[in-house]
Ligand binder design. Structure first.
Ligand code: OKP
Ligand code: ZN
Length: 335
């Protein structure tokens, strides 16, 4: 399977994140990718598809903010990474504010995603990797893998959060639609609910979003991913949330997966995009499912049995020493 990664995806290097009341080293670090790169071979760098495919997903004011935020932070006399501290929980509306701290609140939903000097470059190239994998699949490959870092599924059209800045899987889906595909299914198997992807396609009938994740009552991102969120307008019924309890093992995971796969079959997709997070692994330091490395192969085999052209996009996975093996086990299922 062709695999895409650009070395500029390493540029993003925030130092610390707010975790349970203290600043701890940033969990979504370059060592994750280094472990995966060691486990895979023949990595290709993507070509540059430009900003246009990213603008199909994200609003211009958000992209302008994201590209300039760290520079504005430095110009405001700050050191280190840009962190927000105030959020418009009530009455979020497109106010034009020019203080960097106001914009950090306006364009984010949490405090877990500081913006560093290299953030824009890495997020941009992660999206280009997703576009290269999409191009491979549109060109006839059965599947392709975009080793995206930073991940993307928590960020929406005009907000970042959850270590995510550009929604790579949404960029891939929109590129497929722009190339003439009519119905896209997105299957999100990261431990955390893909709230950004859900929001982006919530009112769309041509993109089915199916997510298997930890109950948002116990786990981040809390405010999305509940089973009563089913889409709206033309997208009514085109969102399916399958939350599972902490401690979920392969048997119960497979039962939820079969429900999700049945919905994808019924939808009649002509292409599949998978948001793959390996943070469902038993050893993940920030997650609480109980999957083992060998479990990723039968999971992937069931997904591959849909027999759809498939773009696989990397999301989370923080048990760094096992990440390469977990990714390799998953990709092996598409063999
Ligand atoms: C990103 B992905 C809490 C910090 C929460 C956000 C987790 C983002 C996960 N102590 N950090 O879905 O793997
Ligand atoms: Zn996750």
């Amino acid at each position: 399977m062709r695999t895409f990664f650009d070395p500029r995806q390493h540029d993003h290097a925030p130092a610390m994140e707010l975790h349970n009341g203290a600043y701890v080293p940033y969990a979504e670090h370059r060592g994750r990718m280094e472990n995966v790169l060691e486990a895979l071979s023949d990595i290709e760098t993507p070509r540059d598809y430009g900003l246009e495919p990213i603008r199909r997903v994200h609003r211009d004011n958000y992209l302008e903010f994201l590209e300039s935020a760290h520079k504005r932070w430095v110009e405001a006399g700050r050191t280190g990474d840009a962190h927000g501290y105030a959020w418009p929980v009530v009455g979020r509306r497109p106010l034009k504010l020019n203080r960097i701290d106001a914009d950090l609140g306006q364009f984010s939903f949490d405090a877990s995603s500081p913006i560093a000097a290299g953030t824009w470059s890495s997020a941009y190239w992660a999206a280009q990797s997703a576009l290269a994998a999409t191009e491979a699949v549109l060109g006839g490959d059965r599947s392709a893998f975009a080793l995206c870092r930073p991940p993307g599924h928590h960020c929406g059209a005009d907000y970042l959060g959850g270590y995510c800045f550009i929604n790579n899987v949404a960029v891939a889906a929109e590129a497929a639609i722009a190339a003439g595909r009519k119905r896209i299914a997105i299957l999100d198997v990261d431990y955390h609910h893909g709230n950004g992807t859900q929001d982006i396609f919530y009112d769309r009938g041509d993109v089915l979003f199916v997510s298997i994740h930890a109950y948002p009552a116990t786990d981040y991102p809390f405010f999305w991913g509940h089973s009563d969120e089913r889409g709206e307008g033309a997208g009514e019924g085109a969102t399916l949330n399958l939350p599972l309890p902490r401690g979920t093992d392969l048997a119960s995971y497979m039962a939820a997966l079969e429900t999700g796969l049945a919905a994808i079959r019924a939808f009649g997709a002509d292409m599949l995009c998978v948001s793959f997070g390996a943070d469902t692994f038993a050893g993940d330091p920030i997650s609480q499912f109980a999957l083992q490395t060998a479990d990723y192969t039968p999971i992937a085999r069931s997904i591959a049995a849909l027999d759809l052209p498939t773009v696989i996009v990397m999301e989370g996975g923080y048990a760094v020493d096992a990440l390469g093996a977990n990714v390799a086990a998953f990709l092996a299922g598409f063999g």
